[in-house]
Design a protein around this ligand. Structure first.
Ligand code: PEP
Length: 249
């Protein structure tokens, strides 16, 4: 099955009105691409980004959302609010959310359910720490993180989701997984899903994330089970991000 590639930029907690204006005008210079190009600004800038990308092929993601629909949850942002601003994807379970803000597999699964309920697309982030990789637990961890979501929303829901495999040891370290390492895990994730649904496993787009740069992305994108990238640091530089998008074809 041909799966469209997605190249998504996670801006994390970076940017200002001015720097975002500059970054987006750089991105709008991009030639047409066969890939879907996604950017994920911090919440306060969604409105600005929404207006700036209007009429372009750029698509907006949010970096997180509440599992609650509405109500007395001070400081939280609901999925319906994000939908109001034209957000298509929501990153869920990013390793920084899991490790710094205590998001458990169960919380992430509950967020996935809420996001699907509003018709938005979860970008489910999974991945192992260095210690887990070194003790041979990479697949066990990825499968546990996926199973927790299957337990809540069912495997068929993965046809309406994307997965980002992001080894924690590769995020923000400059140390990307090799294309072969990424392929090995992506293929195993697909095989794990195939045990429950062959068609879902063929359809779901699995992105790689972790220190992706233009110099490493073309090898990654040549891998049959790598359907794009979730890019952190390099997505803050329009030229570098465009160069990554170009390698996706
Ligand atoms: C990320 O934050 O999802 C990420 C992959 O970051 P970086 O590209 O900077 O490693």
């Amino acid at each position: 099955m041909i799966r469209q590639k997605i190249v998504a930029g996670n801006w994390k907690m970076n940017g200002s009105k001015e720097s975002i204006q500059t970054l987006i005008s750089g991105l709008l210079d991009m030639d047409g691409s066969n890939s879907e190009v996604v950017i994920a600004p911090s919440f306060p800038y969604l409105s600005q980004v929404h207006d700036l990308i209007d009429g372009s092929n750029l698509v907006m993601a949010a970096q997180n959302a509440s599992q609650e629909e509405k109500g007395a949850f001070t400081g939280e942002v609901s999925v319906s609010m994000l939908a109001d601003f034209g957000v298509k994807y929501i990153l869920l379970g990013h390793s920084e959310r899991r490790s710094l803000y205590g998001e458990t597999d169960e919380v992430v699964a509950s967020k996935v359910k809420t996001v699907l309920g509003f018709g938005l697309i979860p970008m489910l982030c999974i991945g192992e720490t260095l210690e887990e990789r070194e003790s041979g637990k990479t697949l066990e961890v990825c499968e546990r993180q996926i199973q927790a979501v299957i337990d809540v929303v069912g495997v068929e829901s993965f046809a309406k989701m994307t997965i980002a495999y992001e080894p924690v040891w590769a995020i923000g370290t400059g140390l990307s997984a090799s294309a072969d390492q990424a392929q090995e895990v992506h293929q195993s994730i697909r095989a794990f899903l195939a045990k429950s649904s062959e068609s879902v496993s063929e359809k779901v787009q699995i992105l790689y994330g972790g220190s992706v740069k233009a110099s490493t992305s073309s090898a990654l994108f040549k891998m049959p089970d790598v359907d794009g990238a979730l890019v952190g640091g390099a997505s803050l530089d329009a030229k570098e991000f465009i160069a990554i998008v170009k390698t996706a074809g």
